[in-house]
Ligand binder design. Structure first.
Ligand code: NAI
Length: 264
């Protein structure tokens, strides 16, 4: 199938690796890059989901698409992935560190184990990706781009999401520091900050000390308040491609991500 869409062939010949590509924003992002002609590496710990994404990416227009089953928080698995990708598929032109998990609950209800889980995936996953693939991009010397999925929670404090918000604030700052370091090497770095997006993360999020019902009510109230229940992941994916094309630094993508606090 020929590439189509607003960025048809804009990414032709490029290799794009997306983590958390088995669902939600990551899958939509993989599809958008596929439409734009890129070869895709769909990475997720969900093997079946990643395989489906890769298959669909080929149908959409990616000349090649592979699925890799990896836990982004696992340093050794990430090292193996980076080696395999460089050897078998090539140097990644665009890296999208998107895998993430949710966790709701007040600070006093959040255990050290919960903190560790969230930081391991949301922050360390991004650190591993940036280190390993950033090194390959820098060594190749032909530039590239890294997109990290942060969140509006990175700069909008919330009683309900202290651990998650802290992990995302760290991702935001890491992105800005890296942007400064990598600028001289032609490697762009963007942080994408969505507000409320319609994906499974809210239903799969774990709850520390808050009942699932309570959490659901809170989210429904938030969604009603802003009328945003249906903000589609595809629109976040569009923002990701635009951020790469325009080399944007920090990109708030939903209306409330640009406005006042909405989570607390
Ligand atoms: P999702 O739950 O639909 O997708 C997340 C994907 O990441 C899943 O496929 C999951 O299997 C994968 N994943 C989780 N932990 C992993 C690990 N350790 N290794 C490999 N893969 C892993 O959720 P969504 O919404 O698409 O989330 C994508 C990113 O967007 C996350 O970083 C999330 O924090 C961020 N985000 C989401 C918002 C929303 O309202 N949905 C708002 C702001 C940011």
């Amino acid at each position: 199938t020929a590439a189509s869409g607003p960025y048809a062939d804009r990414f032709g010949g490029q290799l794009v690796l997306v983590t958390g590509a088995a669902g939600g924003i990551g899958r939509a992002t993989a599809y958008a890059f596929a439409e734009a002609g890129a070869r895709i590496v769909a990475v997720d710990r969900d093997a079946e989901g990643a395989a489906r994404t890769a298959e669909m990416a080929r149908l959409i227009g990616a000349p090649k698409a592979w699925a890799e089953t990896v836990d982004v928080s696992d340093e050794q698995e990430m090292e193996k992935l980076a080696e395999k990708v460089a050897t078998e598929y090539g140097i990644v032109d665009v890296l999208v560190n998107n895998a993430g998990i949710g966790l709701s609950g007040s600070f006093l209800d959040t255990t050290p184990e919960d903190w560790k889980k969230v930081l391991d995936v949301n922050l360390w996953g991004v650190i591993h990706g940036c280190r390993l693939f950033g090194r390959q991009m820098a060594d190749r010397g032909q530039g590239g781009h890294i997109v990290n999925t942060a969140s509006a929670a990175a700069y909008q404090p919330s009683r309900a999401l202290p651990a998650y918000s802290t992990s995302k604030a760290a991702v935001l700052m890491l992105s800005e520091c890296l942007r400064a370091e990598f600028a001289g090497q032609g490697i762009g770095v963007s942080a994408i900050c969505p507000g409320f997006v319609n994906t499974s993360i809210t239903s799969t999020a774990r709850f520390a000390g808050v009942s699932a019902d309570e959490e659901k009510r809170r989210q429904q109230k938030t969604a009603r308040l802003y009328g945003l229940r249906n903000y589609p992941p595809e629109k976040v994916a569009d923002a990701v491609l635009k951020a790469v094309v325009r080399n944007q630094a920090v990109v708030p993508v939903t209306p409330e991500a640009r406005g006042a606090h909405f989570l607390s």
